[in-house]
Design a protein around this ligand. Structure first.
Ligand code: NDP
Ligand code: GDR
Length: 368
């Protein structure tokens, strides 16, 4: 990593061996997150050299990309490189652009939890809204000074539509319902403005919810499948949830990162909705997931008011016609397949936990 884990962090992290054919270079913020990990795999598969910005944390935060990591001292094979930066630190963004000279920048970093954004609204706005502006400005000033052009992807969200009823598409008015969503709306318009004002190749992907076995454990789908695995092997009895009637257009993260890349391969920059065009309630997710393991969710789920939000987004269902027509993108994983994929992985994880618990190496209450 670009960390002290593998020796001191030095100039070697930024040394790039010249390949026989020039590789495209991508820079990803939020590389340690769910989407960052899938996008990295996708771009490496396309022959890119991938650089990721990671933030300093008191614990290592690279679990989702450890399997891709190759020691940077092995320069022939190490095509993913990590560097410390933060969206709240403009100087770090500009510095890494100057050093890495990317062809494409994917801005995936965010305080991405909607409920948490009500608790830390100021910080959320700083990272999600102003952070995007800082990165856009770094791209603009780097391009002006160097004469190089960079393509920019902004991770927009269906949360921006908020209370506007479905189906939601690119022309649907935004009505954000949280500090997170309002900040994403600001980032969306900053991106449009930099495109119009400076001719930047900048795209907004308006992505509806996308999940995977790598989803953060406090988002509702993963919270459910993690608990279900643990319940199935006897490590947990109850699952506490909030609003079960909210409806979401849930897709698979692995499919969605392809749409991000496709946006940057077009002749002209534009904004696209990315969605499965199917919507399901949280209750339906419970029915399908618990049913898959032969359990009745009603015996295990309790409603806890603390998980209700001050303002909720009731119903999201995208219309991805434009992405289908212009990008040629279609989702490959549907709702049931996604649920089963997540349940299968989390059941295996729970079985491994159970071995540790039974051997006395882990407390049943402890979550790894
Ligand atoms: P995650 O929460 O899994 O990942 C967020 C990433 O941002 C992590 O790598 C995190 O680092 C990083 N990060 C957070 N704060 C900062 C900061 N101040 N400076 C630098 N990096 C930071 O999100 P997802 O992968 O699910 O989503 C990716 C992006 O897409 C986000 O912008 C999200 O808002 C947006 N989005 C997601 C959707 C979804 O359904 N997943 C749908 C629509 C939009 P660390 O690992 O250290 O915490
Ligand atoms: P969301 O995802 O807010 O849509 O944002 P989340 O999984 O957090 O919530 C989905 C719906 O489930 C309801 N819910 C609960 N949610 C959580 N987290 N925990 C619970 O216990 C619970 N019980 C019910 C919520 O109220 C909500 O209606 C995600 C994030 O990835 C954003 O970054 C992204 O922009 C949007 O998706 C699109």
């Amino acid at each position: 990593m670009a960390s002290e884990k593998n020796g001191s962090r030095s100039e070697t992290d930024t040394t790039v061996e010249m390949p026989s054919q020039p590789r495209k270079i991508a820079l990803i913020t939020g590389i340690t997150g769910q989407d960052g990990s899938y996008l990295t795999e996708f771009l490496l598969g396309k022959g890119y050299e991938v650089h990721g910005l990671i933030r300093r944390s008191s614990n290592f935060n690279t679990q989702r990309i450890n399997h891709i990591y190759i020691d940077p001292h092995n320069v022939h094979k190490a095509l993913m490189k990590l560097h410390y930066a933060d969206l709240s630190d403009a100087s770090s963004l500009r510095r890494w652009l100057d050093v890495i000279k990317p062809d494409e920048v994917y801005n995936l970093a965010a305080q991405s939890h909607v409920a948490v954004s009500f608790e830390i609204p100021d910080y959320t706005a700083d990272v999600v809204a102003t952070g995007a502006l800082r990165l856009l400005e770094a791209v603009r000033s780097h391009s002006t000074d160097s004469g190089r052009s960079i393509k920019y992807y902004q991770a927009g969200s269906s949360e921006m539509f908020g209370s506007t009823p479905p189906p939601q598409l690119e022309t649907t008015p935004f009505h954000p319902r949280s500090p997170y969503a309002a900040s994403k709306v600001a980032a969306h318009w900053y991106t449009v403005n930099y495109r119009e004002a400076y001719g930047l190749f900048a795209c907004n992907g308006i992505l509806f919810n996308h999940e995977s076995p790598r989803r953060g454990e406090n988002f509702v789908t993963r919270k459910i499948t993690r608990a279900l695995g643990r319940i199935k092997v006897g490590l947990q009895r109850k699952l506490f949830l909030g609003n079960l009637q909210a409806s979401r257009d849930w897709g698979f993260a692995g499919d969605y990162v392809e749409a991000m890349w496709l946006m940057l391969q077009q002749e002209k920059p534009d904004d696209y909705v990315v969605a499965t065009e199917e919507s399901h309630t949280v209750e339906e997710f419970l029915e399908v997931s618990f049913g898959y393991l032969g359990l009745d969710w009603k015996e295990y789920v309790e409603i806890d008011k603390r998980y209700f939000r001050p303002t909720e987004v009731d119903n999201l269902k995208g219309d991805a016609s434009k992405a289908k027509q212009v990008l040629g993108w279609t989702p490959k994983v549907g709702f049931e397949k996604l649920v089963k994929m997540m349940v299968d992985e989390d059941l295996e994880l729970a079985k491994r936990e159970k071995v540790l618990v039974d051997a006395g190496y882990m407390d049943a209450q402890q979550q790894p």
